[in-house]
Design a binder for this molecule. Structure first.
Ligand code: SF4
Ligand code: ZN
Length: 425
């Protein structure tokens, strides 16, 4: 399908011929995919400027919109009265959230100052995931119950996904208006997609992500992508284009969580996420294409020894990553019990037993310190910039010299070269 351009800045409009090509009621998927293949990767078709109508009531899409499960475009009113779809034990519908861009405390981990979550819920359903216990999910139990039949946000995690289809359009408008930008030494004004979901877990989230990244890059805002999904490679053209735009560092970096290469163990506690080798291959492809990459070696398992860490860091060195973040697993919260239970149910008895031992605080502190040391030593050995994330409770449980060292570590930026955010005039 070809779209024809009538330029309006970085957004383009649909000309009469292009609209004829698309038919009288194109689906959201058709529009986003045609847009992906059209012209410069930074050009975007803005759905709210495209004279499109709701497939149900016929009203023009001028404010908010979403799509039905068959892809037909819906105005906001029709989207909010549309029923959820449950297929393969996953319930999908539109997210009613208003939020576009949120300030984030993840600068403590040298990750970002803002986050954009392209959906609520995550079909990967990692057992240790802390997201369902955060206010963005736990405080929205009523809405999730109403819209997606969620009974228990934590127990049902992995079984619901609510999309935010109109985020790129709303983000573009927000960035035009925004006059102040949070910037910290460790967060560097970066926007991360996504901290509360996987932004490439399926085609629809990937489409939202692409639109948001294009808007951010167009405004010269630095972006961090974090995903376990190899589908991130569908946007290599966009990420390559972003590398050409600034000369004081790269605007976009792409990373993946790769804690362990033992596929059975990983599958036991990350039941629906792509296997670690697929994540590694995706990062290699991006790196080979000149896109800056990083790894989140988190959370590492108590079954991993120094040799396992060495194999991992050797493989990461091949990626030439800007940084490898490392964090041992944390035994707190209801999700930890679920993690142990999931490992046992999957027949990973050694993993389950080793995880269960971490409930003993002293044992956990020893394990954490030991693994963080290995990561740092091996980083030095293989020329990889390893940035550890020591847990606050570990810091308060060690001798004073180690405590000072770990506290200083928590204040260090990641070492990535990130361009300055242009201050609004
Ligand atoms: S991929 Fe990330 S957000 Fe999704 S379940 Fe796993 S840890 Fe949570
Ligand atoms: Zn409608």
């Amino acid at each position: 399908m070809r779209l024809q351009q009538e330029s309006n800045g970085s957004h383009y409009l649909l000309s009469g011929e292009a609209q004829d090509n698309l038919g009288s009621s194109p689906t959201l998927d058709t529009l986003r995919e045609a847009d992906r293949k059209h012209g410069d990767p930074l050009d975007r078709l803005d759905i709210l400027d495209a004279n499109l109508n709701c497939s149900k009531c016929g009203s023009e899409l001028t404010e908010r919109f979403s799509a039905a499960m068959n892809g037909q475009l819906l105005c906001w009113q029709c989207a909010m009265s549309d029923t959820a779809d449950t297929t393969n034990e996953i319930t999908r519908t539109t997210d009613s959230a208003k939020v576009v861009l949120s300030k984030s405390n993840l600068f403590h981990k040298s990750l970002c100052d803002y986050v954009i979550n392209v959906a609520t819920g995550c079909t990967h359903g990692c057992k240790f995931c802390y997201v369902p216990s955060t206010p963005g999910v736990s405080a929205r139990g009523d809405m999730l119950g109403e819209r997606a039949d969620v009974e228990d946000v934590q127990r049902d995690w992995g079984g619901y996904l609510l999309y935010r289809d109109d985020l790129p359009e709303r983000l573009g408008r927000k960035l035009e208006r925004k006059r102040k930008w949070k910037w910290t030494e460790r967060g560097q004004g970066v926007v991360m997609l996504s901290s509360g979901t996987d932004c490439y877990q399926d085609r629809r989230t990937a489409q939202i992500t692409r639109g948001c990244v294009a808007e951010l890059v167009e405004h010269r805002i630095p972006v961090r992508i974090l995903t376990r999904s190899p589908a991130v490679c569908r946007d290599i053209d966009l990420y390559q284009r972003a590398t050409e735009l600034t000369d004081d560092g790269m605007l976009v970096r792409v990373g993946s969580s790769i804690p362990c290469l033992e596929e059975e163990q990983v599958r036991a506690i990350e039941p629906r996420a792509p296997v670690p080798s697929a994540r590694l291959n995706a990062l290699q492809k991006l790196s080979d294409a000149g896109v800056p990459v990083y790894v989140s070696m988190s959370p590492t398992y108590p079954t991993q020894d120094r040799d396992d860490f060495e194999s991992l860091i050797q493989k990461f060195a091949q990626l030439d990553p800007e940084v490898v973040f490392h964090e041992p697993i944390n035994p707190r919260g209801a999700n930890f019990d679920m993690t142990v239970e999931a490992a046992r149910e999957a027949g990973e008895t050694e993993l389950a037993n080793e995880l269960a031992k971490l409930r003993d605080r002293e044992y956990w502190v020893d394990y954490s310190l030991k693994q963080m040391r290995w990561a740092e030593e091996l980083g030095d050995e293989y020329g990889v910039n390893v940035h550890i994330w020591p847990d606050k409770q570990v810091i308060t449980s060690v001798d004073s010299e180690t405590e000072t060292e770990l506290r200083n570590q928590r204040k260090r930026p990641s070492g990535e070269i990130i361009p300055d955010v242009p201050l609004p005039t």
